[in-house]
Design a protein around this ligand. Structure first.
Ligand code: FES
Ligand code: FE
Length: 408
């Protein structure tokens, strides 16, 4: 089931890029791939909208700075570059004249959806010599979790999407509730906000979602890598603290629950509730983890929350929040009721709006990092290392990866 709201990737609002404006300012040159990835990393599948939004009427999305037309034919969604090679008109303004094709609205150039081949130029008759000489770039498309996913690469074979999805979502039946929202701000700010060790305890202490739940003041945290994910492992949590010369500070209050004692645990972190057996079986080292190309996983005792930060262009991203429950049968009903009744509004809504606000107003680099930002440094390193590995792999296949995503 998908609880629907919001939109798929839409034509973005433009505003001047805030990155690297002034020479000599501190920048992200220690992570050159990361610094160059303002409009996203190539070589990955990205969710672009709910499956139900893509039908036989062509629809334009923007992904990694490129305009792409999506259309469903025979139950399957196809994706092509959304610029007619004849005179540059968007194919998404056109429609379908023959099964398995899309026709440009201007002069009727007609492209095969699967191969991108120009099959007909209607206004030049059935034997137009241009046919067979033009191929429109296409993109691989998949559907998972009730959404359409598009692969953007450098010409390599797209890996199976299941290799990129969180492992537990592939190997187990899950019911999901989700929210998709176009947001302002670079996708890296959104991802860094998601994985940032420091902010939740302070920024979200006022959220309704945390109204009755205590937040620590600070944590001792270690970042470890397992497979393609890095995890925040909480070594120690401090629920109140004395700040010399200032006084005691805590976000606890009489109406909040007490800090969890060991009912269950995720990694080193105690939980208020027993952990669902499917979640427990994953043996996550920590409750917060991140992987390429910007996927956040927050593990709760009875569900897992994911955030996919989809690069639209340098200054806009698509927020895709997914909540998954691994309960089966009759036990899925409380999950739906809970999700639609309040989680969707409190967590994917008001709580997440605080993150949206911070991502919109973040202006880095320059930046001056502090101890909890080890989480950001490890994420950037993961991105950098993964990019290097991919570049090496592609070169082995005779493909030179583009230094930075470019408009195709
Ligand atoms: Fe597309 Fe002429 S611009 S057919
Ligand atoms: Fe947050």
């Amino acid at each position: 089931m998908d609880a629907r709201n919001g939109d798929s990737a839409t034509t973005p609002r433009r505003r001047p890029s805030r990155l690297g404006k002034l020479p000599g300012r501190q920048d992200w040159s220690s992570w050159p791939h990361y610094q160059a990835a303002a409009s996203g990393f190539r070589g990955y599948w990205y969710p672009v909208g709910y499956s139900s939004r893509f039908g036989s009427k062509p629809k334009q999305i923007t992904l990694l700075g490129r305009k792409i037309v999506l259309i469903r034919d025979g139950g399957r969604v196809y994706a092509l570059k959304d610029r007619c090679p004849h005179r540059g008109v968007p194919l998404s303004e056109g429609n379908q004249q023959f099964p398995g094709t899309i026709s440009c609205p201007y002069h009727g150039w007609t492209f095969d959806l699967e191969s991108g081949e120009l099959k007909a130029a209607i206004t030049d008759g059935p034997h137009s010599p241009i046919c067979g000489k033009v191929v429109q770039p296409t993109y691989d498309v998949a559907e998972r979790l009730g959404m359409v996913w598009v692969f953007v690469g450098d010409g390599e074979q797209a890996p199976p999407i299941d290799e990129q999805l969180p492992e537990e979502l592939v190997g187990n039946a899950a019911v999901v509730g989700s929210r998709i929202q176009p947001r302002e701000g670079n996708w890296r700010f959104a991802c860094e906000n998601g994985y940032d060790e420091g902010h939740a305890k302070y920024l979200h202490r006022t959220s309704l979602w945390r109204l009755f739940k205590p937040m620590p003041v600070w944590n001792e945290t270690r970042i470890i890598q397992r497979g393609r994910w890095i995890y925040r492992v909480q070594e120690k949590q401090y629920w109140d603290a004395d700040f010399p010369g200032l006084g005691r500070w805590s976000s606890q209050a009489w109406y909040k629950m007490k800090p969890p004692s060991k009912v269950g645990n995720i990694g080193n972190t105690s939980t208020h509730r027993e952990v669902n057996p499917v979640i427990a079986a994953q043996e996550f080292p920590g409750f917060a983890s991140v992987s390429m190309p910007g996927v956040l996983r927050i593990v709760y005792p009875t569900f897992i929350h994911y955030e996919f930060y989809v690069p639209v262009d340098n200054d806009n991203h698509l927020y895709v929040g997914v909540m998954a429950s691994f309960d089966r049968g009759i036990r899925t009903i409380p999950f739906y009721l809970k999700y639609l009744g309040f989680v969707r509004w409190l967590f994917h809504g008001q709580f997440s709006a605080q993150d949206k606000w911070m991502v919109e107003v973040t202006d880095a680099p320059p930046e001056k990092l502090y101890r909890p930002d080890d989480s950001l440094l490890k994420w950037r390193k993961l991105a950098e290392d993964t990019c290097e590995e991919r570049a090496e792999r592609l070169r082995g296949e005779g493909i030179e990866p583009a230094a930075a995503p470019t408009e195709n």
